[in-house]
Design a protein around this ligand. Structure first.
Ligand code: NOJ
Length: 571
């Protein structure tokens, strides 16, 4: 069952499509603010910065795992799904976070790595030592390591096989990720029930949604490749039905690093929905490709692929996150080009991707940072920001693995960048002190003090986006242009027709990837004769010609968002 109409309770209207209108912000609790001086970020620290996030215009937080964990995979190796890692705080502090976020109309989406556990989890300890006991069948055990030959290895830098021999049980166990992260056996009904109960546990605490980590990999089979196998989809459908029935308004977000059609499969169908949202892995690397190739065609091609998604479904668009910039969804030729442009030092690479932050990837070019964000905020779907990218934070490629871009948030030019009062040697990771991105230069305080800073620019764009529901709710039509470096599309929205008060609106979005100024002619036949206004300052632009063409000039790596038609309504 799927809901489209808002639920109205006395004094409260719940917009069931809230996620489509939201700006999300990924914040690793460990990395944001340390409230007690132990060198590690915590829940209390995050609570103390909710005002900042509200000021920025953030509607929802995505919290990577904060469960009890040995932290050998940034917390995605969970040893107790019902406990908060003590150094991050307590369940009561988490409840306080939910309450304080909700007071600010901000929602909380938390990560749920349901595919696997840490080998420190009690289930695994029992499973390996008591094969006939209640947990004996909780994991995928085998006497040999030659099952599921067609299932690829994901962490190619560290793993040689998806099977590891356990000397206690004297059998092999299956794992899609690190060898300390055994996969749960979803064939076992008891495991599926555990998952439902864990979902209920957190939704009962008021959480607004769950990011379903590694969702394609739940079931494996001899015939398939272990990615999006039919029983995996059946399971998600059941989970969604339970959430819609018992927790309407809460969402499931799919992390499926796959090709467009396979990712879209995780939305399910109108009749049998699966996830409300899915990250747009195919679009992301193509934004970076276009920035360097000065060609819009790959982006145009992927955006023009009409992937039919259910009416309630929404994409999660992103530039960076806590993982490497994955290049799994591009061809070998493009991958090599991107390594050349963005990861010229081998230290910058990780698995099949690049472990750098946004600003260093773009060589700290303000024009490119603005262009990339303008695309992020206008593509169909909801934007997901990664903490620190709003100030153009740098990274540290001398750290291991993806820690390169998980360093402490830079708040001030003071000790430990204002992140912590601990002895600098005690921090969970050192603050960035490189020449260009040194925290004494790049920090929230100094950017707040400069009206033209990246931080103020991003905040402004967020607020413009939020004033125009077309960006969250509208359709997209990609337009033909006569310039290979220019991407142009129209976002259109009929208005909600409900009491949310949305007006119909059409917005023309034009982006130039060229490294020099260009003139471009765009085919806008549907809008012949329409007036155009800049969405930021209201400036009047040339009217679309009666023959349906529009000629614009664009400065180097620049963009326009133009309202089409008179006075906020269609012509
Ligand atoms: C995806 C997460 O984003 C990543 O950080 C993690 O290492 C893997 N899943 C395994 O849980």
């Amino acid at each position: 069952m799927s809901f489209t109409a808002p639920i109205t309770l006395p004094g409260l209207t719940l917009d069931l499509n809230w996620y489509k209108r939201s700006v999300f912000y990924e914040v690793m609790i460990r990395s944001f603010v340390d409230s007690n001086g132990d060198g590690t970020g915590d829940l209390a620290g995050l609570i103390s910065k909710l005002d900042y996030l509200q000021w920025l215009g953030v509607d929802a937080l995505w919290l990577p795992p904060f469960y009890r964990s040995p932290l050998r995979d940034g917390g995605y190796d969970v040893s107790d799904f019902r406990a908060v890692l003590p150094e991050f705080g307590t369940i009561d502090e988490f409840k306080e976070l939910v309450t304080k976020a909700h007071e600010r109309n901000m929602r909380i989406v938390m990560d749920y790595p349901l595919n696997h556990t840490s080998d420190q989890h009690e289930w695994f300890q029992q499973s390996r030592s008591d094969p006939d006991g209640p947990y004996g069948d909780y994991y995928v055990w085998s006497d040999t390591d030659d099952k599921y030959k067609d299932i690829r290895i994901i962490f190619v830098d560290t793993e040689e096989s998806n099977w590891t021999f356990d000397p206690v049980r004297r059998q092999f166990f299956f794992h899609r990720f690190f060898s300390h992260q055994p996969d749960l056996n979803f064939e076992n009904p008891a495991v599926r029930e555990e998952v439902f109960n864990i979902v209920r546990f957190w939704l009962d605490l008021g959480v607004d949604g769950l990011r379903l980590d590694a969702i394609p990999y739940l079931f494996e089979s001899e015939e398939g490749n272990g990615e999006g196998e039919p029983p995996t989809h059946d399971f998600i459908k059941e989970l969604r039905a339970m959430v819609d029935r018992d927790y309407p308004g809460r969402i499931l977000v799919a992390e499926a690093n796959q090709w467009p059609r396979e990712v879209a499969a995780f939305f399910g169908t109108e009749e049998e929905p699966e996830c409300h949202m899915a990250f747009d892995f195919p679009v992301m690397p193509r934004i970076f490709y276009s920035l360097r190739s000065q060609q819009a065609d790959e982006l145009v091609r992927i955006l023009s692929e009409t992937t039919d998604i259910p009416s309630d479904a929404g994409w999660g668009v992103f530039l960076r996150n806590h993982d490497e910039l994955t290049l799994e969804m591009v061809s070998e030729e493009y991958r090599q080009a991107m390594y050349g442009w963005y990861a010229y030092d081998p230290r910058m690479r990780s698995n099949i991707g690049i472990r750098r932050r946004l600003a260093p990837l773009l060589d700290n070019s303000r024009a490119e940072l603005e262009l990339a964000h303008a695309i992020l905020f206008s593509l169909p779907g909801s934007p997901f920001l990664y903490y620190g990218d709003e100030i153009g934070m740098g990274d540290n490629i001398w750290l291991n693995d993806r820690d390169a871009s998980r360093t402490p948030m830079q708040w001030t030019p003071d000790r430990n960048a204002g992140f912590s009062t601990a002895d600098p040697g005690k921090l969970y990771l050192p603050v960035v002190q490189s020449l260009v991105y040194n925290y004494s230069q790049i920090n929230v305080e100094s950017q707040l003090a400069q009206s033209r800073s990246l931080l103020h620019w991003i905040r402004n764009v967020i607020h413009v986006r939020k004033a125009h529901p077309v960006f969250g709710m509208g359709d997209m039509t990609v337009l033909q242009t006569n310039h290979e470096s220019v991407l142009a599309f129209v976002r259109s929205y009929e208005g909600s027709g409900t009491h949310f008060g949305d007006q119909p609106e059409d917005v023309l979005c034009v982006f130039s990837f060229a490294h020099n100024p260009v003139a471009v002619t765009i085919d806008m036949s549907e809008y012949a004769g329409s007036a155009l206004y800049d969405l930021f300052g209201g400036g009047v632009f040339p009217t679309v010609n009666e023959d349906g063409t529009l000629t614009l000039t664009l400065a180097t790596q620049s963009f326009y968002w133009l309202h089409i038609g008179e006075g906020g309504y269609r012509r």
